[in-house]
Design a protein around this ligand. Structure first.
Ligand SMILES: Nc1nc2c(ncn2[C@@H]2O[C@H](COP(=O)(O)OP(=O)(O)OP(=O)(O)O)[C@@H](O)[C@H]2O)c(=O)[nH]1
Ligand SMILES: [Mg+2]
Length: 485
């Protein structure tokens, strides 16, 4: 029988974890909080000095005792957590004694003991034949009641089948552990949640990529359209304002200053070209910064073509003006001389001479003023033409720059999209890999369970069969000794 158990256990995959326990030749006294454990342990140490009695904290992890004394209070029957504690401390040890403590103060301890026995028998078949005793290790009143426990523990520790039973129980525990782990692996607790999380992460990555890409492209188009509009208006307004300024300046210029006016027009045209170039460069750089893309710098500036000012030669018009001015002066001189001749005949000659002088002066003045006004009108028309031409050139230049910036930003955006696409693909590939790994792991775990579980179940059956056989033999022996007595 023993060989069969060993053989079956040895068939289980060598790669499976084998939690090797160290069997200690000690009696472990354990129990729930305030059950009276320490008092029982102290009493046992006194009464059984030939054996080592320890409490749970004195037993290292991975060590299993030779016998377990499980102490519970007689106050009330076992709770679920008490039962779980017993399962844990007696997992690798078959030799277990149940102790109901403090029986000196709890008169109904026998009822509690019976209830505990029934509870544990229902919990696991191994507890059905468990021995129970009542104790009062540190009674408030009267002498300690510990004899039954001492006798029971002594018998348990000297039982020759104890080692074998404990070993079989440890094997059973290990087999159950492996079985549990294989089932958990195959069912994949947490695997479904992880797979759902991975699928959600994948969908989110694809969605994020698409949304980001279209948002970036919309932002690029909007920014470029806005820049085109704003810069065209800027250029147009700049030209309009310089035209107005030049016209205002022109209206106040004297004949001498008129000669320098074309140079002033040229200077202002250069200024407008520089301003527009600087404004466009700045605005496009801002657009690039906003979009997080690099815009190629603007190296050119709007062309400035200010031709020569129109000639002020005005032959026919000058002659006409001389004629009209002369007529006006002659008329004025004639009127003055007649006035003197009629009102003061003695001054008639002097009045005629004075009228002639005034007539000449008036003629010169009228001709001069008319000439100045004519020159200003000519230059004014020229300014309108020059600024109009410059405005067209500047607008064309702005349009060309915005177009170039659009191409440059479009290229940079395409590169960024490509990098983003590559990154998203990497993420998706990683997620897909993990999803595949989970699926493979699930299949592998199911295969391992299918391969090992039958062997484990046969081994468990063999272990339990042998434990049952030992119990039966023990009961037969005790019946025989009772009948002999
Ligand atoms: N009446 C009576 N009181 C007891 C008995 N055994 C222990 N007590 C009392 O129960 C309380 C807890 O006793 P412990 O032996 O320290 O119990 P424990 O389970 O080791 O307690 P913790 O280690 O604190 O969980 C103490 O106040 C003891 O005096 C007993 O047999 N009768
Ligand atoms: Mg204690």
């Amino acid at each position: 029988m023993t060989d069969r158990v060993e053989l079956l256990v040895s068939q289980i995959d060598a790669a499976l974890p084998t939690p090797a326990i160290v069997r200690r030749d000690v009696a472990l006294v354990a129990g729930p909080w305030l059950a009276g454990t320490s008092s029982v342990a102290t009493a046992l140490r006194e009464r059984l000095p030939e054996h080592t009695v320890v409490e749970a904290e004195e037993l290292a992890a991975g060590h299993a005792p030779a016998a377990v004394v499980f102490v519970v209070s007689a106050t009330a029957p076992l709770t679920e957590s008490d039962c779980a504690l017993l399962d844990s401390v007696a997992a690798d040890t078959d030799a277990v004694i149940g102790v109901v403590a403090k029986i000196d103060v709890h008169r109904t301890w026998r009822d509690v003991l019976d209830a505990d026995r029934v509870l544990l028998a229902r919990r696991a078949p191994r507890y059905r034949d468990m021995r129970w005793v009542g104790t009062a290790a540190a009674p408030d009143l009267g002498a300690p009641v510990i004899d039954d426990l001492v006798t029971a523990l002594r018998e348990l520790l000297t039982d020759e089948t104890r080692d074998r039973r404990n070993r079989l129980r440890a094997i059973e525990n290990r087999l159950l552990g492996v079985h549990r782990r294989l089932e958990l692996d195959a069912v994949g607790t947490g695997r479904d949640a992880r797979l759902a999380a991975l699928r959600a992460e994948r969908a989110a990555a694809v969605h994020r990529y698409r949304v980001d890409k279209s948002q970036r492209s919309i932002a690029l188009r909007a920014q470029i359209a806005q820049a085109r509009l704003a810069l065209t208006y800027f250029a147009r307004n700049r030209c309009a304002s310089v035209r107005t300024e030049l016209q205002e300046d022109l209206a106040g210029l004297s004949r001498r200053d008129l000669a320098r006016f074309p140079d002033e027009v040229r200077r202002r045209a250069e200024e407008v070209a520089d301003d527009v170039a600087a404004g466009v460069t700045r605005h496009l750089a801002d657009v690039g910064e906003e979009l997080g893309l690099v815009v190629e710098p603007v190296h050119s500036r709007p062309a400035v073509e200010v031709g020569a000012a129109p000639s002020r030669a005005r032959g026919a018009e000058t002659r006409l003006m001389l004629l009209l001015g002369g007529g006006f002066g002659f008329g004025a001189a004639l009127t003055l001389s007649r006035v003197f001749a009629d009102l003061a005949p003695q001054w008639a000659v002097g009045g005629a001479l004075g009228g002639a002088v005034i007539g000449v002066v008036l003629t010169v003045w009228v001709v001069g003023v008319r000439g100045l006004l004519h020159d200003r009108a000519v230059l004014d028309r020229w300014v309108v033409q020059v600024v109009g031409r410059q405005c067209t050139a500047v607008e064309e230049w702005v349009g060309a720059r915005v177009l170039a910036a659009e191409a440059s930003l479009g290229g940079a955006a395409a590169e960024r999209d490509a990098a983003d696409h590559a990154r998203t693909e990497d993420t998706i590939a990683r997620i897909d890999r993990e999803i595949r790994e989970h699926a493979t792991a699930g299949a592998r775990a199911a295969a391992a369970r299918d391969r090992h579980v039958p062997v484990i179940e046969s081994a468990l059956a063999a272990v339990r069969e042998e434990l049952g056989a030992i119990d039966t033999a023990k009961q037969a022996n005790s019946r025989a000794s009772e009948s002999f007595l």
